[in-house]
Design a protein around this ligand. Structure first.
Ligand code: C2E
Ligand code: MG
Ligand code: MG
Length: 429
């Protein structure tokens, strides 16, 4: 629709005089998480009304989906387009009222001008312009929300184009079968046997090649795709757990979970149905959550984690010691394991001070009844220190890199196997 209007508007004169404002609501996820979807929808409707109020008679405003909108401006130069964008930002200054709640909502805007798009780009016209505006918005967001960013397409840094590409492609990754899971073994330091594996998501894109989860998970969290992707990961991990049980090599699988899956309350249902579908006992599964600002409703999250632990799953706090770690999360979240972040493990064999800190952490986790796993172990000397500190399990390139399920030995002796025998028929949860 935007495409048609843009072409009609530019009618043979290329895209000169055409501008697109890509408008993205700041922190809209937090509105939904805090006040619920009903308030979120009402606020979005008011947001759209305010946008329309800024449109000139020749402009078109469309909702691109979620909390993203676009303005198609015709017969404008960059100065006029910026003036419209500024007017949009101004129109959002008054708080949004709904159901007795008063909310402050900002937006970040990306601008792309037709004249900045290179010759060959004009072939796909408005779609290309829209992508440039999207990239400009992302860059502006990185520089601080509630801003206007303008991008000159020819000089656009590839990083932002890449993120815009990832956002456009994400909704199709499942139907394109572009995702897969790799598994990284976790070693039990007391028995020297494998204690299980961690499932790690891999995306192979036909244009960009391999895209790391650290790059696309935050984008999926922003666009909401994380819910479908998260449910897919749980389903595939359960299917793999079942096929390893059937092969006589049961391995406990740890699955990474986004705090957003906890926030919407879909996690337990997704886990329960996948376990039933594949007939996987609860003790063969663990979930890993990364603590951080993203856990908005701590008591709500705690209730769900408790339910999972009570039904037999493990719950690990991931990346402990990285950016957001705090003692209060250890206190308020029910857990069975803490994974010590690789940044703390990295110099454990050369820095005695660090070794003391990690030793005390492990000591504290044990006193709280939690198991300790060291992440990112790359050298035998690190492993030796960890053994001396009584760490329960370790994971890292030294033991094994993450690899596809097919690369695991067919009849490995695993700790899980010793405990599990052939008990795979038990009904989960
Ligand atoms: P994580 O859960 O802390 O996973 C460990 C990361 O460290 C993995 O990166 C792994 O490949 C890497 N790693 C393991 N051993 C070593 C080592 O010895 N040295 C170094 N330098 N790195 C090591 P990966 O696979 O790129 O995943 C990055 C992060 O993405 C994960 O960190 C996790 O937070 C997230 N992630 C991965 N899969 C999923 C998923 O299915 N769902 C969600 N929500 N997040 C996921
Ligand atoms: Mg993890
Ligand atoms: Mg980790």
């Amino acid at each position: 629709m935007l495409e048609e209007r843009g072409l009609r508007a530019s009618s043979g004169a290329g895209l000169s005089g055409v501008g697109i404002l890509f408008v993205d609501v700041d922190n809209f996820k937090a509105v939904n998480d805090t006040y619920g979807h009903r308030v979120g929808d009402a606020v979005l409707a008011e947001f759209a009304r305010r946008l329309l109020g800024c449109a000139r008679s020749t402009d078109s405003v469309v909702r691109l989906g979620g909390d993203e909108f676009a303005f198609l401006l015709v017969n404008v130069d960059a100065v006029t387009a910026c003036a419209v964008a500024k007017q949009v930002l101004d129109s959002l200054r008054a708080p949004f009222q709904h159901d007795g709640h008063e909310l402050n909502l900002g937006a970040t805007i990306g601008l792309a001008m037709g004249e900045d798009v290179s010759e060959e780009d004009e072939l796909s016209a408005v779609e290309v312009l829209l992508r440039h505006a999207d990239a400009a918005m992302l860059r502006a967001k990185l520089e601080g929300k509630g801003r206007l960013g303008r991008i000159i397409a020819r000089r656009e840094p590839s990083r932002f184009a890449r993120e815009a590409h990832i956002r456009r492609r994400l909704p199709h990754v499942l139907s394109d079968a572009a995702l897969s899971l790799h598994y990284q073994p976790v070693r039990d330091l007391a028995t020297d046997e494998d204690a299980g594996v961690e499932a790690l998501l891999r995306w192979t894109d036909r244009d960009l090649g391999t895209i790391a989860p650290d790059e696309f998970i935050p984008v999926a969290e922003h666009t909401g795709e994380i819910h479908r992707i998260g449910a897919w990961v749980i389903d595939r991990a359960c299917a793999q757990a079942r096929s390893w049980i059937d092969a006589g090599t049961p391995r406990k699988i740890a699955v990474n979970v986004s705090p957003l899956q906890l926030a919407t309350g879909t996690l337990i249902g997704d886990i329960r149905s996948a376990m039933m579908r594949h007939n996987v006992p609860a003790r063969m599964l663990e979930i890993e959550i990364t603590e951080g600002a993203a856990i908005v409703d701590v008591p709500g999250a705690a209730g769900q984690l408790r339910e999972l632990i009570d039904s037999g799953l493990g719950v690990a706090l991931d990346d402990y010691g990285a950016a957001y770690s705090s003692l209060s999360m250890l206190r308020s979240l029910p857990l069975t394991t803490v994974k010590i972040d690789r940044t703390l493990i990295n110099e454990i064999d050369t820095d005695p001070y660090l070794a003391t800190i990690v030793g005390e952490l492990i000591h504290m986790f044990k006193a709280l009844g939690l198991r300790a796993t060291a992440e990112g172990v790359e050298r035998p000397t690190q492993l030796a220190v960890l053994r001396g500190l009584d760490c329960d399990t370790a994971q890292g390139y030294l033991i094994s890199r993450p690899k596809p399920a097919a690369d695991f030995p067919a009849a490995a002796t695993t700790a899980a196997q010793n405990n599990e025998g052939q008990t795979g028929t038990e009904l989960p949860l």
